[in-house]
Design a protein around this ligand. Structure first.
Ligand SMILES: NC(=O)c1ccc[n+]([C@@H]2O[C@H](COP(=O)([O-])OP(=O)(O)OC[C@H]3O[C@@H](n4cnc5c(N)ncnc54)[C@H](OP(=O)(O)O)[C@@H]3O)[C@@H](O)[C@H]2O)c1
Length: 256
């Protein structure tokens, strides 16, 4: 049995709490949020806390708050020499206060309070200052049914950067596509199978091999037509040109 305290009630904190509640071998000791009233998730049977001074003893304290608040919050914790981890992709391990046993428990997934998640689909990137603490974090991931990997700060920051391209930038592409299809009164649903197939294809082939479309085919007639269509959206036209050139460069073709 591993006992945990979750600090933070945002997207990640809320999902972790839900996962710990259903993990037989995890004892969720407390859930800290500076504003208990802001917790929208069901809290039956959970001990809530809004004062750091009231935190109880646990094997692991998981700080799942806004990146810029992690360092200060770790200093404010009223104890020392206990295992304290954060869940950020970009904050260095050493930003946690030295008085703690320090670690990172970064879930490489996209979390929204409104969207359910299977933790078997959430790989945890683990890093610890002391080697002996990594075992406990690996066990915690196992208890949640999640895979885990030992990843150092530099590697994690590179993964986080990759995740921004994969998730945030792709999602912005979906948003633009949604706007362009709405503009012609076409339901966005028509495009959803394409979104799934694009993501599915790279599970079996490399992104390099998976690329299709006018840029890869060097189809200048279609590219010019698209650029003309985007004349009323100069920002999107610029983005289209930059991405087209990026694909062309990757595939050894002459840029626009
Ligand atoms: N969302 C994701 O997809 C994702 C994925 C992997 C890792 N992460 C990482 O997980 C961490 C949490 O992200 P999130 O998406 O859950 O953030 P979030 O939804 O914006 O929630 C942030 C939480 O931090 C609390 N908070 C902010 N400043 C605080 C302070 N000074 N003291 C105490 N609590 C404070 C907020 O409390 P209030 O509600 O009172 O403001 C809120 O509960 C971040 O390090 C993030 O990089 C996020």
């Amino acid at each position: 049995m591993i006992s945990v305290v979750v600090i933070g009630a945002g997207n990640v904190g809320s999902h972790l709490v839900k996962a710990f509640q259903s993990a037989e071998k995890v004892n969720l000791v407390q859930w800290y949020s500076r504003d208990k009233m802001s917790i929208k998730a069901p809290t039956k049977g959970i001990e809530l806390c809004n004062d750091l001074k009231d935190l109880k003893s646990a094997d692991i304290y998981i700080i799942a708050v806004t990146d810029k608040a992690i360092e200060a919050l770790s200093k404010q914790l009223p104890f020392e020499n206990r295992l304290v981890v954060h869940t950020s992709g970009s904050v260095a391990l050493k930003k946690l206060d030295m008085k703690h046993k320090r670690g990172v428990f970064y879930p490489l997934q996209t979390f929204s309070k409104t969207s359910d998640l299977e933790f078997s689909e959430v790989p945890f990137c683990i890093e610890t200052m002391n080697k002996e603490d990594s075992g406990q974090l690996k066990t915690l991931a196992t208890y949640m049914g999640s895979p885990s990997y030992m990843i150092n700060t530099e590697q994690r920051q590179a993964l986080h950067l990759s995740a921004v391209f994969i998730n945030n930038f792709s999602n912005q592409m979906y948003r633009i596509a949604h706007e362009l299809s709405d503009y012609k009164s076409v339901n966005f649903d028509v495009l959803k199978p394409l979104i799934l197939e694009t993501a599915k294809k790279v599970q079996f082939t490399s992104p390099y091999n998976a690329q299709t479309g006018p840029a890869k085919r060097n189809d200048q007639v279609t590219i010019n037509h698209h650029l003309r269509t985007l004349e009323s959206h100069p920002d999107y036209q610029l983005l289209y040109k930059k991405l087209t050139n990026s694909i062309k460069t990757t595939h050894g073709l002459k840029k626009l």
